[in-house]
Design a protein around this ligand. Sequence first.
Ligand code: SF4
Length: 335
Amino acid sequence: MQLAQLITVTGEGAFQCNACQWRCRLQPGETGRCLVRVGSTKGIVALNHSLISAALVGPVEELRLWHFFPDSMVLAVGSWGYAFPADQQRGAYARLPKTPADRRELEASRVASFALKQLCRGVVWTYSEPAVAQEYALDVLRNSRAASRFTAICTSGYLTPETLESFGPYLDGVCLDLRGFGDTAYARLAGVPEWRKILEVMGDVKQRWHCHVEVLTRMHRGVNDDPKQVRELVSWIRDTLGPQTPWHVLAGDAGAETAAAVARSRRLGHENNLQFVYGPEPDQPTLCPNCQATLITRENGVTRLAGLQDNSCTSCGFAVDIFSSIFRRRAPMET
Ligand code: SF4
């Protein structure tokens, strides 16, 4: 039985879980909003600890990390549980398998050794929300870094500062699934009333922990594609994470109108000085924002650094922020 690490005693026999931004207060027997944590008399039990939902070896680019150790193979792993109610309705990994026989256990140390055996340069937590598996995700990150693998998480951003503080020393990159930039968008696409804390936590990911960040937004027509909202979203990326932060704009639903919303949002990204905006089509290269020379090609699943040397464009010398060494990070800033 794994007890949750980030808890507060609240009195009257309840404990508060501080792993994600819901901060559930649980009495013994009560289940958290994530459906994978339950209150007990001793604390809060993480039911998903050391339970894996999926593990796959593949190119890091498949996880929408395109400026992060390009052309590397990674081990993508995840557990069970989401922080957002909307994901619990749609996601494949919301509920633990009912029968213990269907539950696959994989200790964090074995994740790292499997990555080594498969010649993976990195380990990326994806498939489920890392915050709701804080103890397991932390062990995976820590063991992977101890094995000199680079690490990243794909997240909704609904981590608490405490969870980020635990991950930070072992984390190199984050792919943030940013659902939009307004209350209505987050209410509809995530099912949460309050979302702005995500922006603060992600600001810390960049500024305090110096992690590489890429942002992914799926456009849903009439929900998160309002140009004013998109401009605000782009401004936040540019001003908080930096103008070289890759922004991946995908279609959240089918149809010509959504495709038009994607195209319009990409245009707004460029117009508002984001230097790397990507869309849904396959084989997109990375072009130099200064001279338009091709820096990175991606063709049929193969990525090649075509016009980059020491993180500079070989044609014009423009400096490009490609994260490619686990030794590049500076020490976290004092707060
Ligand atoms: S991880 Fe989040 S949703 Fe789950 S119990 Fe903790 S605070 Fe609640």
